[in-house]
Design a protein around this ligand. Structure first.
Ligand code: MN
Length: 736
């Protein structure tokens, strides 16, 4: 029994907390029905009276803290009232009927949902767990406020977990890491997710937690000094460039350090992003301009630049990421985003939530759609384990799960493409896949799918798989199917080509292929280390051996090829190849017309882009290299004219594709220059892969790598940049 003194202290504490809550509500949601909140507080106080938590605190503190978390999320009065009442049905004599009578249908409905979820024991046998998760999902779909209250409840319970027995701690912490943190992540709520993860980690793996905690603490002082110094350097530069932005820095969260150490098997000092800085800008343009400034200040770590602005994460997270190394060799990570993106990254689905208008943004709609799909899909699954494993897969990012337009779920390995999706539907769908729409938008076949994507495969009867697909697909099923097809068909074609090439070449010697004895071919095949004459023909067809060389071995000594013009003109291979392959216009990765089955690739020396004049060159064994006609190497490569092959860009079928193109802008080093350049580029909706500037004597060279669709696109950008006052020249660098 609580003494009178304790009761007075309790009341004082609760009253203070309640005042804070009302203050927050008045600030965030002044037009809401705050009398409802007050009534809920009074009700909760009455029914939880005399109850204490494991910490010895009055129980009322818990619903008050939960309500406070919700108020901080800017939730409405209904949600906050439900937060105050969330444990009343479970832990007191109150029933849902009482709540409905006192607070109306909405509050009662939410409290009921939260109560149902609270009754779920996630640590039971797998089957039951699946069923429990299903129930939770259903509750979430019903009203997102249910899950937001549950997350707030879990957050406060985790914050006060120290008071529970170790066994309970373990169980609750594990559940937090396995279920609640991933759900917060999926809903884009970065702030809550981060705190849940750190708290969960502390109890689930106390030893690792302690080690990392100590390692970070040992570096904290030096780290903070370092961050303060680089922050100042960056602030000065931003000011100089006339960019208004907030700069803040932090040491990475313990749980994410831990995950990195485990995943990459490295030491704390090797974590690139132990120190992290965030720049919050006022516009998307400024994000890219800031990226340029940063790369001018410090050396970027190759491969660490990520543009989540152009390509948001599945939970709609947007930011530019880069890691740089300072002159003294310390690496740190930078995230650059706008105020709006920052809000979304921290609060996710709660960021724009207003109940009366329903979910406001299209993104919130999609998040809810994800939940609905999960529930819908589980109805088709008879085996609860299957549901559980797929749900876990979705909460954890090793695999993605995607949907057909009819809502059927297709589980694929991470980074899978529409081709993988097509093959998982049906082998024939895979073979005849020519394009795909993801969430209603056309995407390239190499596009990476994300969980929740709705994928529609476009097929064309008679279309054939391409060898390039092997570099694109992720699932072993599609790889096997493609390989199988290629082995079956491509070899046949290669043999056919090889035969034709030999025949053509033989004609120059005035010999018909028929006259060549099998034994002779067999002998040459053996010379090349091959088993049968077909292997030799296939080798010629694949471009591995030249027909001329093979023929030279066959031709009777002293015989010379007929003079040019009498037999065939130069460009023999070209004409044969084209005829045999029949000008198939299949969607090749680089989409060069006429050679669907030949391995075709863009030459590294000149990186031609769509729309440019190009020429093909049959290499030995590597397929056809496509060069820009003005590539300096073309002249040298053409000394064997028969290897030259006519190529052209396939007609645009609407499938977006982009090639990295490097430009150097020569300009005055003046105020706002970088900003104007990135403005021109972002006006054309072009993805910037990298931007770096070098300055000297009032002049600047800015290197930019862009994703360019075609020549026209490139000319547009170059033209636009050239018009900026102070820009002297823009050059395209052939080599990237
Ligand atoms: Mn609770």
């Amino acid at each position: 029994m609580a003494t009178l003194r304790q009761q007075i202290a309790t009341t004082a504490l609760s009253v203070t907390k309640f005042r804070e809550l009302m203050k927050r509500m008045r600030a965030n949601r002044p037009s809401d029905d705050l009398a409802l909140v007050r009534k809920a507080y009074d009700f909760s106080q009455k029914h939880h009276a005399g109850q204490t938590r494991a910490s010895g605190e009055p129980y009322l503190v818990h619903p008050l803290q939960v309500a406070m978390v919700l108020a901080e999320m800017k939730m409405d009065a209904v949600a906050v009232a439900a937060g105050l009442l969330h444990d009343s049905v479970e832990d007191t004599s109150v029933t849902i009927v009482d709540i409905r009578k006192e607070f109306g249908e909405q509050v009662a409905h939410i409290v009921e949902g939260v109560t149902k979820i609270s009754a779920i024991d996630f640590a039971t046998r797998e089957e039951q767990q699946a069923e429990n998760l299903r129930k939770m999902m259903l509750a979430m779909v019903d009203d997102i406020r249910v899950v937001l209250i549950k997350l707030a409840d879990r957050l406060h319970n985790m914050r006060t977990l120290e008071h529970l027995a170790p066994e309970r701690q373990q169980k609750i912490a594990r559940e937090t890491l396995e279920i609640y943190a991933p759900i917060a992540h999926r809903l884009g709520m970065g702030k809550i997710r981060g705190e849940l993860e750190d708290l969960g980690f502390r109890y689930v793996d106390p030893i690792a937690y302690q080690q990392i905690h100590e390692a970070v603490e040992a570096r904290r002082k030096a780290g903070e000094t370092f961050l303060a110094r680089v922050e100042q350097v960056l602030r000065d530069k931003l000011k100089e460039a006339g960019i208004t932005a907030k700069v803040e820095s932090r040491i990475k969260r313990l749980h994410s350090i831990h995950k990195k150490l485990v995943r990459q098997r490295i030491a704390v000092d090797q974590v690139y992003d132990l120190y992290a800085m965030r720049v919050i800008t006022q516009s998307v343009q400024d994000c890219y301009a800031v990226l340029g400034i940063i790369h001018n200040l410090w050396r970027p770590v190759p491969g660490r630049i990520k543009d989540f602005i152009a390509m948001p994460r599945p939970n709609f997270y947007q930011s530019l990421h880069t890691s740089v190394i300072t002159e003294d060799g310390t690496p740190f990570e930078l995230q650059i985003r706008t105020e709006e993106m920052h809000k979304m990254a921290e609060e996710g689905i709660a960021a724009h939530w207003k109940y009366k208008d329903g979910p406001v943004s299209a993104q919130d709609e999609q998040r809810l759609a994800w939940l609905r799909q999960v529930v819908e899909w589980q109805r088709d699954v008879s085996d609860p384990n299957e549901f559980l494993s797929t749900l876990k897969i979705d909460l954890y990012p090793e695999e993605v799960y995607t949907f057909t337009p009819k809502g059927k779920v297709v589980v694929l390995p991470r980074d899978s493409t529409p081709i993988d999706f097509a093959y998982s539907i049906h082998t024939e769908v895979g073979h005849s896949c020519v394009g795909a729409k993801v969430n209603g938008r056309m995407v390239p076949l190499r596009h990476k799918l994300h969980s929740g994507d709705i994928v529609e495969i476009l097929t064309q009867p008679g279309h054939k798989p391409s060898r390039d697909w092997l570099g694109v697909v992720k699932s072993s099923r599609s790889r096997n199917k493609i390989k199988h097809w290629l082995n079956l068909h491509q070899r046949e074609r290669a043999i056919e080509i090889g035969r034709k090439l030999i025949e053509k070449e033989a004609r120059k010697y005035r010999v018909a292929l028929k006259e060549i004895k099998d034994e002779e071919l067999q002998k040459i095949a053996s010379d090349y280390g091959l088993g049968r004459p077909e292997d030799l023909m296939a080798g010629i067809g694949y471009g591995k051996y030249s027909a001329r060389q093979v023929l030279a071995r066959l031709a009777p000594a002293g015989s010379e090829p007929a003079p040019e013009g009498e037999g065939e003109k130069a460009g023999t291979i070209a004409s044969v190849v084209r005829r045999v392959f029949g000008g198939d216009s299949s969607a090749n990765a680089i989409r060069v017309k006429g050679h669907g089955d030949l391995l075709v690739y863009r030459a590294r020396c000149c990186n031609p882009i769509r729309g440019e004049a190009v020429v093909g060159y049959v290499t030995r064994g590597k397929g056809v290299a496509v060069h820009a006609l003005n590539c300096p190497n073309v002249v040298n490569l053409m000394y064997e004219p028969e290897r030259r092959i006519d190529v052209e860009w396939a007609t645009d079928d609407g499938t977006p594709s982009a090639y990295p193109v490097k430009l150097t802008v020569f300009c005055d080093d003046r105020f706002g220059m970088l900003k104007q350049i990135t403005a021109v580029i972002s006006d054309t909706k072009t993805n910037i892969r990298n931007i770096e500037a070098r300055t000297a004597n009032g002049q600047a060279n800015i290197d930019i790598i862009l994703d360019i669709a075609d020549l026209k696109h490139l000319e547009n950008i170059v033209g636009g940049v050239r018009k900026i006052p102070g820009v002297h020249d823009v050059q395209r660098l052939q080599k990237i």
